[in-house]
Design a protein around this ligand. Structure first.
Ligand code: ADP
Ligand code: ASP
Ligand code: MG
Length: 507
């Protein structure tokens, strides 16, 4: 056992097929020479979506969907296993486990199709199968490389409340269980391979932490086990200045603060689950985002301090699957506690409010929730204000689903005048119409609402305006220095931040 612990999480694409699993297992094997390692795995890429789609088909009465998917998953996992594990006995053991899990899946799909009912609890049980299938394959791949991998289900470790579909972990019991179960394995030089995404209530009912929740699993376990660091291995070289799928010139940020990364995640940067940084912030455990397809690159380090950059703006993000709900009418000035009633309604539904804007005359309140919660929120508000609507005191409660939030993020924006002015000026020049605006008093982000069709134009214009893709100023803890399209050759991090770009851009 080594003194320092690394928790390494591998996302769906990093375990997408046998070659990816081999590459990821090699990363773990290398790290295990220096560190004790706990691995957290996601489902093989696309599996969770397929499990959920089939669950909805079963709910509609389709009795074949679960069976067809089960066959495809058997084939997919058996094939990966065959390529990774030459030893027949070892392979047979994992195949048996896969069969057990698929049989459990079959029963869940049959029950759903029979009842034509899909509760959140059942959906959790179904959607957890991807991680539960993947962990034994990954563990066997490690063992085949000569490092003893042991598959562990996070239901044994992570204790949550019973909010199915997005459960909250409970730190103390999680710490106790994790240390009790994982400690002895590490002492014996074994590598626990834990299912991401899932936990269980204190009485053992399986829950999930919400889509994309394996990142969160990694930090929950990292905090519970007092890890030295957490590495989230994914398919991009860290946190980029914008989503590379929308902004081709986006670049890797070498170091970013918890707060900045949390803002980006909260406003939709998929690279991190929004709650990922919560468990590690009190202890200050650093989190790295790295590319499992390019493990020689340093990626992004997320720390308490981050590293300041001149100009203040560090990155952009957009959140698209959202809807704008407005409550209004001249009469609402006279309705007591409209704001209170509105937000206690959203709180009861656990519908997270992503942005709020209110006109000063108080005759319009608008706010944004995820599309997944929008219809239930709208219905609940119409019930809450039924009397006021009937008497036309409130004259409308409406929803616009074709919008998106764009957020401009950076801790140094505080104290950098003109960021908002430049943002809105450049959007105006691009002809992007702004529907609503919000800036928190922390001044770590400016967020605004645009139509969904304008998201790309808004991101490109802002990325260009703040020079996020080209010349940057990187601050050190000691001070700030300028990188005018070139860089300080003595700084490896700066070099890496510019990796992968043409020599012309580097010079
Ligand atoms: P994983 O399966 O490893 O968890 P995800 O698909 O959940 O990976 O997250 C990685 C993806 O996040 C990237 O492929 C990228 O397209 C997207 N992404 C969005 N915004 C950013 C950003 N600012 N920096 C890096 N990646 C981002
Ligand atoms: N497999 C889960 C999902 O697709 C969790 C994750 O990948 O982080 O949402
Ligand atoms: Mg993810």
């Amino acid at each position: 056992m080594h003194t320092k612990l690394q928790v390494m999480k591998f996302g769906g694409t990093s375990v997408g097929d046998a070659a990816c699993i081999r590459r990821s297992a090699q990363i773990v094997a290398n790290a295990s020479r220096e560190y004790s390692v706990v691995v957290v795995v996601s489902a093989m890429s696309g599996v969770t979506n397929r499990l959920i789609d089939a669950a909805h088909q079963a709910k509609r009465g389709d009795r074949e969907a679960g069976k067809t998917l089960g066959d495809a998953l058997r084939k997919q996992h058996f094939e990966a296993l065959a390529a990774l594990v030459p030893d027949e006995h070892a392979r047979l053991r994992v195949e048996c486990r896969i069969e057990e899990l698929l049989a459990e899946g079959t029963r869940l799909y049959e029950g759903t199709a029979l009842l034509r009912e899909l509760t959140l609890r059942t959906l959790d049980a179904i959607s957890s199968l991807g991680e539960r299938l993947c962990a034994p394959v990954f563990a066997a791949a490690l063992s085949a490389m000569g490092v003893a991998g042991v598959a562990i289900e996070a239901t044994e470790l992570i204790v949550t409340d019973s909010f199915h579909g997005g459960a909250d972990p409970q730190a103390e019991p999680t710490r106790q269980r994790s240390q009790q179960r994982i400690g002895p394995l590490l002492q014996h030089g074994q590598i626990p391979v834990v299912t991401g995404f899932i936990g269980a209530t204190s009485d053992g009912l399986l829950t999930t932490l919400g889509r994309g929740g394996s990142d969160y699993s990694a930090t929950i376990l990292g905090a519970a086990l007092d890890a030295a660091e957490i590495i989230i291995w994914t398919d991009v070289e860290g946190v980029l200045t914008a989503d590379p799928r929308l902004v081709a010139e986006a670049r890797t940020i070498p170091e970013i603060s918890y707060r900045e990364a949390a803002e980006l995640a909260y406003f939709g940067a998929r690279v991190l689950h929004p709650k990922t940084l919560r468990p590690v912030m009190p202890a200050g455990i650093p989190v790295w985002i790295r590319n499992s397809f390019a493990p020689d690159k340093p990626g992004t380090k997320i720390t308490q301090q981050g590293r300041s950059i001149g100009g203040g703006v560090k990155a952009l993000t957009a959140i698209r699957d959202v809807a704008l709900i407005s409550i209004g009418g001249p009469g609402i000035v006279g309705v007591p506690d409209v704001v209170g009633r509105t937000f206690s309604t959203t709180a009861q539904l656990r519908a997270e409010v992503l942005l709020i804007s209110q006109s000063s005359s108080q005759n319009d309140i608008c706010f944004i929730v995820a599309k997944a919660h929008s219809q239930t929120t709208l219905d609940a508000l119409r019930r809450e204000f039924a009397q006021d609507l009937a008497h036309q005191v409130v004259d409308h409660i409406t929803m616009d689903p074709n919008i998106a939030i764009v957020a401009v993020v950076g801790e140094n924006m505080r104290g950098t005048p003109g960021v908002a002015g430049r943002t809105f000026h450049c959007l105006g020049n691009e002809g992007v119409n702004i529907i609503a605006i919000a800036q928190g008093s922390s001044e770590t982000n400016i967020s605004f609402v645009v139509s969904d069709q304008s998201v790309k134009a808004a991101l490109l214009a802002t990325h260009r305006e703040f020079d996020l893709g080209v010349s940057r100023q990187f601050g050190t803890m000691q001070g700030t220095f300028t990188v005018p399209g070139g860089f300080d050759k003595t700084s490896p991090e700066i070099l890496d931040a510019f990796e992968g770009k043409s020599d012309l851009e580097k010079s």
